[in-house]
Design a protein around this ligand. Structure first.
Ligand code: DLL
Length: 434
């Protein structure tokens, strides 16, 4: 049984998208005072005014401020009797973002997640150890429902402790491990520390919820003896995890364009960018009932890939998420994304994948950036000064700023079960300057 219609053509997909867009606009106009006001301000009062997919570009954007303002049930478009669940994500500031689901929304989510497992090459014989959080967060519920729909065996552990995960990896002979990148690294190091590599049966790792550098992927793969590490994307606002996943060729994330439309915009001019250009991802849902999204700004930075994938999957692809528009920090008048530093570090041999960036203000008022980087386990500590110099030079040459680099012991930067934090800006008084 397949969850992916391999006969899907671009023409049929375009028709599904146009029908879905009209349905969503009609649904939002009829049931949401918030959308009605926004759409009316843009001159849209009837879904029949949507004549082609090009008309999407005339609809107004929705930002996460709308989720804050509409708390506790923002964007709700169905009566409470039709809602069966909520999920929420903490958000970086203010109230948590709450999204509501109807039974059909959950069904669509299960099916789209089953597609992800199919794209990752699982079979019903696989045993899927789920190490992401359960509860209000969308993660655990999504991984589990998708697994059950796909027909593999779910081992629903949640973040739990390393002890329990190791025990189950060995006893259940789990073949697939699903986690945030940070949690996967933590567990890979734990498996190595306990010498369990040859007692476990992992074949695949599915990672998401945060950026994961090539260096981190490589280390997780080596320590767990796994060749395929799949990148799964998703956000609470758009059902949750499972909006897409990269196939065994690892050249982009196939996404479910029959359930949502992805656009890439320039976050400053708000103009739609052509395929291939990097910019902010904007999503519009085509079937979502509870909390539909119309041109929702994700703040995630990626690009759309126009060419079909040689794996034969008819669904389009987007690139990896390279950062967020709100990740950027300004240091000595230079705009810097953590991913730029991560990229530089990835090209230097002898260091680990973990790093932190600390920003402080000196007494003379000038900012100071300090980068902490772990030494690779096989590298001798005598190389620390040379490595630090090499990194500082690379930052100076490529990003055009001076920074101080400190090489620290392997495994000494904190490991987390959720999403790792890379930037610590102490200039605004946050304690703990490094
Ligand atoms: O993180 C859903 C998820 C859980 C996805 C587990 C994959 C695995 P939120 O907490 O709402 O939902 O956070 C969504 O996480 O806007 C991205 O910035 C980031 N993110 C999610 N997946 C990836 C990924 C979940 N594969 C936010 N690569 C998104 C990079 C990711 N960043």
């Amino acid at each position: 049984m397949s969850f992916i219609d391999s006969t899907l053509t671009p023409e049929r997909l375009a028709q599904i998208q146009l029908d879905g867009l009209r349905w969503t606009v009609g649904h939002a106009l009829a049931n949401s005072p918030f959308y009605r006001e926004r759409l009316a301000a843009a001159g849209v009062e009837d879904a029949r005014e949507i004549r082609s997919l090009q008309d999407l570009a005339h609809l107004p954007f929705v930002d996460n401020t709308a989720l804050q303002e509409g708390y506790p049930f923002p964007l709700r478009c169905v009566p409470f009797e039709d809602l069966v669940r909520i999920h929420a994500s903490s958000g970086t500031t203010g109230k948590r973002k709450v999204l509501c689901y109807t039974e059909q929304d959950l069904e669509d989510w299960r099916n789209m997640f089953a597609r992800c497992y199919e794209v990752a090459g699982l079979t019903r014989a696989d045993r899927v150890q789920i190490a992401v959080g359960y509860g209000l967060w969308t993660a655990g519920a999504g991984f589990q429902a998708g697994c059950e729909r796909f027909g593999a065996l779910a081992v629903p552990v949640g973040p739990a402790n390393a002890e329990m995960h190791c025990e189950l990896l060995v006893d259940m002979q789990s073949t697939v491990f699903c986690a945030t990148a940070s949690m996967a690294l933590l567990m890979a190091e734990e498996v190595e520390r306990r010498g369990l590599r040859h007692q476990i049966a992992l074949k695949k790792v599915i990672l998401g919820a945060e950026r994961c550098s090539d260096a981190m992927r490589q280390r997780i793969g080596e320590l767990l003896g796994v060749t395929h590490i799949h990148d799964i994307y998703g956000l609470t606002e758009l059902y949750g995890p499972g909006t897409g996943l990269d196939c065994h060729l690892h050249q982009g994330i196939h996404y479910w364009a029959d359930l949502f439309i992805f656009e890439i915009i320039d976050p400053d001019t708000l103009q739609v960018l052509p395929p291939g250009s990097e910019g902010e991802l904007v999503v519009t849902t085509l079937r979502k009932q509870g909390s539909p999204l119309i041109r929702y700004r994700t703040h995630d930075i990626t690009r759309l890939i126009d060419e079909p994938c040689s794996c034969g999957n008819p669904f389009p692809r987007h690139g990896r998420i390279v950062g967020r528009t709100d990740d950027m920090f300004i240091y000595r008048a230079v705009n810097i994304y953590p991913s730029q530093i991560e990229h530089l570090l990835g090209q230097i041999a002898g260091i680990g994948s973990e790093f932190q960036i600390h920003l402080n203000q000196r007494e003379n008022g000038r900012d100071k950036m300090r980068v902490l980087v772990e030494r690779a386990p096989a590298t001798a500590a005598e190389r620390d000064p040379a490595l630090a110099e090499q990194i500082a030079t690379a930052v100076r040459r490529k990003i055009l700023v001076r920074c101080e680099v400190k090489i620290v012991e392997p495994g000494s930067l904190p490991r987390t079960q959720r999403k790792s934090r890379r930037v610590f800006d102490h200039r605004n008084g946050e304690p703990g300057g490094a």
